[in-house]
Design a protein around this ligand. Structure first.
Ligand code: DIG
Ligand code: MN
Ligand code: MN
Length: 391
C-alpha cells in the first residue's frame, strides 16, 4: 500500500533555496555543510514531491556576478526547472547580507543606500518574474534599530512606504503579474525590527498607494518569537483577504528565530494552523522557511525536508479525522445549539435606534448565562487524543 503521506505536486509544498541550502552557520559557529548547488536542490526537491522552489536574488545569482554569468546561471537553473516541472511561485531580494545594508535597506538613514536597495530590488523582481514568480516577498531583516537617536522611527515608516509605493509603480509599469507579500519579524538581526507583527503590517498596507497589490507573508516562528498566537495572526490576514503567502516552520516562544522543521515543537499549534488553512480553502503555496539542525549532514537536510511535508500531510489527515469524529462534532454541535439559542436583538442585525431601544430593554438571565461552562477541557482532550493517535 502506498504511503498516504507522500507529497504530491497538488499539495503545493515549496522550499526556498536558502532553506535546504542552509550551510549551518550560526553566530557561534562556522558552516557545517558545503554550499548546495541550486540545480541539485531543484532535482532533490522534485524527487521528494515538492511543487516549487523560491529564492532570494543572491541565492541564485551572486552579488557581484557579471551579466554574462547571471544569464548562464539563470539558463542552467531554468533547465533544471523544465526537467523537473518544479515552479517558482515566489521570489525575494536579499537586502540583509551585504555590509551595505548594515543599517537597513529601504529604511537606511543613508539616502544612497535606500536608492541602491531599490535598484537591487527592481533587478531581483525582473529575475523573479523571468522565472515565473507571481508573489514577491519583502522581509525587512535589517529595517530596524539598536539606537533610536540616529533615525526618527516615523521617518523609517515614511521611507519604507516610499519604497513599496515606488516598487508597486515599477511592477505596474512593467506589466508584471506580481503581488507583494510583506513579512513581519519582531527582532533579529536588528535589535528591533520595524513593523514587527502581522497587525503592524496590515495597518501599514492600508496607508499605501496600491494596497490591493500588497498582502502578508506571515511566518510561524516570527509571530511566535513575539509571544503571539500564529493561528490568530493568520486568521486576521485571511479575514482581510491579505494572506498572499505563508512561511511554515516551528519555534519555541521567546527564543531567537529557530526556523525548525514544521511541527517539530508545537504539533497542536501546527494542527490548528493546518485546520485554519484547509478550512479557509487557502490555495497558495505551503512554503517551508526552515532549515535542518546544525548537527545535520546533507542526508539530514533531506530528512528535514521530507519531515516538513510529511507532518503537514499527517496533520491535514488529522483535520479530516477531527471533522469526521462523531464525539467531537457532537460536542461542537451541542455548544453551537446553545450558543445560537438566543433569539433577541444582536449586533449582526445592524443598527437602528429602534433596535438599540429593544436591546437596551432586553431582559437577560445573567445568572444562567454566567453558569454555562464551555466544555473546553473535553474538547481539548479529544483533540489531544486525536493527535496522539488513540482515536
Ligand atoms: C526570513 O524569515 C525571510 C527570508 O528568508 C526571506 O526573505 C523570507 C521569505 O520567506 N523569509
Ligand atoms: Mn524565520
Ligand atoms: Mn520567512
Amino acid at each position: 500500500m502506498s504511503d498516504p503521506f507522500t507529497p504530491q505536486r497538488s499539495d503545493k509544498f515549496t522550499f526556498g533555496l536558502w532553506t535546504v541550502g542552509n550551510v549551518g552557520r550560526d553566530p557561534f559557529g562556522e558552516p557545517v555543510r558545503p554550499p548546495l548547488d541550486p540545480v541539485t536542490a531543484v532535482h532533490k526537491l522534485a524527487e521528494l514531491g515538492a511543487y516549487g522552489v523560491n529564492f532570494h536574488d543572491n541565492d541564485l545569482v551572486p552579488f557581484d556576478a557579471t551579466p554574462e554569468e547571471r544569464d548562464r546561471i539563470v539558463r542552467r537553473f531554468r533547465q533544471a526547472l523544465e526537467e523537473t516541472g518544479l515552479v517558482v511561485p515566489m521570489a525575494t531580494t536579499n537586502l540583509f547580507s551585504h555590509p551595505i545594508f548594515r543599517d537597513g535597506a529601504f529604511t537606511a538613514s543613508d539616502a544612497a543606500v535606500r536608492a541602491f536597495a531599490l535598484q537591487k530590488t527592481m533587478q531581483a523582481i525582473d529575475l523573479g518574474v523571468e522565472l515565473g514568480a507571481q508573489t514577491y516577498v519583502f522581509w525587512g531583516g535589517r529595517e530596524g534599530s539598536e539606537v533610536e537617536g540616529y533615525r526618527d522611527p516615523r521617518e523609517a515608516i515614511k521611507w519604507f512606504r516610499e519604497a513599496i509605493n515606488y516598487l508597486c509603480r515599477y511592477v505596474r509599469d512593467q506589466g508584471y503579474n506580481l503581488r507583494f507579500a510583506l513579512e513581519p519579524k519582531p527582532n533579529e538581526p536588528r535589535g528591533d525590527i520595524y513593523f514587527p507583527t502581522v497587525g503592524h503590517m496590515l495597518h501599514f498596507i492600508s496607508t499605501l498607494d496600491y494596497p490591493e497589490m500588497v498582502g502578508l507573508n506571515p511566518e510561524f516562528a516570527h509571530e511566535t518569537m513575539a509571544g503571539l498566537n500564529f493561528v490568530h495572526a493568520v486568521a486576521q490576514a485571511l479575514e482581510a483577504g491579505k494572506l498572499f503567502h505563508i512561511d511554515l516552520n516551528d519555534q519555541i516562544m521567546g527564543r531567537y528565530d529557530q526556523d525548525f522543521r514544521f511541527g517539530a515543537e508545537n504539533p497542536k499549534r501546527a494542527f490548528w494552523l493546518v485546520w485554519l488553512l484547509e478550512t479557509a480553502g487557502y490555495d497558495g503555496p505551503r512554503h517551508f522557511d526552515a532549515h535542518a539542525y546544525r548537527t545535520e549532514d546533507e542526508a539530514g537536510v533531506w530528512a528535514f525536508a521530507r519531515g516538513c511535508m510529511r507532518t503537514y500531510l499527517i496533520l491535514k489527515d488529522k483535520v479530516r479525522r477531527f471533522q469526521e469524529d462523531r464525539e467531537i462534532q457532537a460536542l461542537l454541535a451541542e455548544l453551537r445549539a446553545a450558543d445560537t439559542a438566543y433569539d433577541g436583538p444582536q449586533a449582526g442585525d445592524g443598527y437602528s435606534a429602534e433596535h438599540a431601544a429593544q436591546l437596551k430593554a432586553r431582559q437577560f438571565d445573567v445568572a444562567a448565562l454566567a453558569r454555562r461552562g464551555r466544555r473546553a477541557e473535553e474538547l481539548d482532550q479529544l483533540v489531544i487524543e486525536l493527535l496522539l493517535g488513540v482515536r
